[in-house]
Design a binder for this molecule. Structure first.
Ligand code: SF4
Length: 256
């Protein structure tokens, strides 16, 4: 375990594989407030999960190391990813995301429960710009910046195959674009604003790699779904476009 504030900045850039990055990431304790929160949440637990052992550590990205498409939110949920140890797993937001990926033929399961459920993602990786659950789902700008090297390196390692990114929510958008520019792409100036259905193309900084298309999508939060701000159809549409951009085959919608 490493509590040094510069641990991500020192460690992530030199890491040569996605698996190696994940292994280093889960040892990170660079943000004292988030470390305290993730561990306190894991100790106290929610009543419905009192018999379960919480993960209580940084949650790494999930999916193949040669993914063509990346989905990124903001941070793991206290009783979701922070409980199960897998991104978007164990809460309603993740249930919707994975069910929609399954409907597109991009995931092996419609329902997910935890790391033992056998979920496979096809050409897609899910991650976050902040890897520890924050109080109130709200990391500070300093925590977001401290964590940035992990996502920047993850995107850099995926760069040979990565063609599209879906960013869930405006806070995630603000956090993801600087990480993607650090990973080797150039964002337009002025930086495009977040919106559902917005898309922007980042050029490769060295002129030789592939461009990256970034899609904005309302977050899959329960609030957005309950209020109708985000419907399953809207989510499906953005994910399908991003998959198409990445050259991933997508199943047609189910009849009816
Ligand atoms: Fe480390 Fe990121 Fe967690 Fe901060 S939020 S402790 S930088 S993994």
């Amino acid at each position: 375990m490493c509590a040094a504030e510069d641990y991500p900045a020192r460690t992530a850039p030199g890491t040569r594989t996605v698996a190696g990055l994940d292994a280093r990431l889960v040892r990170c304790r660079a943000c004292p407030r988030l470390v305290a929160w993730r561990e306190e949440t894991a100790r106290v637990k929610r009543a419905a999960f009192r018999d379960q052992e919480y993960w209580g550590r940084p949650v790494p990205g999930y999916g193949p190391p040669d993914a063509g498409m990346l989905i990124t939110g903001l941070a793991p949920a206290a009783h979701g990813g922070n409980r199960t140890g897998r991104m978007f797993t164990g809460d309603r937001a993740g249930d919707l995301l994975y069910a929609t990926l399954y409907g597109l033929g991009l995931a092996s399961r419609e329902t997910v429960t935890g790391p033992e459920d056998g979920l496979e993602l096809y050409g897609v990786r899910v991650t976050a710009p902040v890897h520890c659950a924050p109080p109130g789902n709200s990391p500070t700008p300093a925590e977001r910046d401290t964590c940035r090297p992990w996502l920047a390196r993850e995107a850099r390692l995926l760069r040979p195959t990565l063609r599209s990114v879906v960013v869930l929510g405006g806070f995630g958008w603000q956090a993801a674009l600087p990480a993607l520019t650090r990973a080797g792409w150039i964002a337009p100036v002025p930086r495009p604003k977040f919106g559902h259905g917005v898309r922007t193309v980042l050029a490769p900084e060295d002129g030789t790699g592939s461009a990256l298309t970034v899609f904005g999508c309302y977050h899959v939060s329960q609030r957005n779904v309950f209020t109708g701000r985000l419907t399953r159809g809207m989510l499906r549409e953005v994910l399908a476009e991003a998959a198409h951009t990445a050259g991933l085959p997508v199943d047609p919608p189910a009849p009816g």
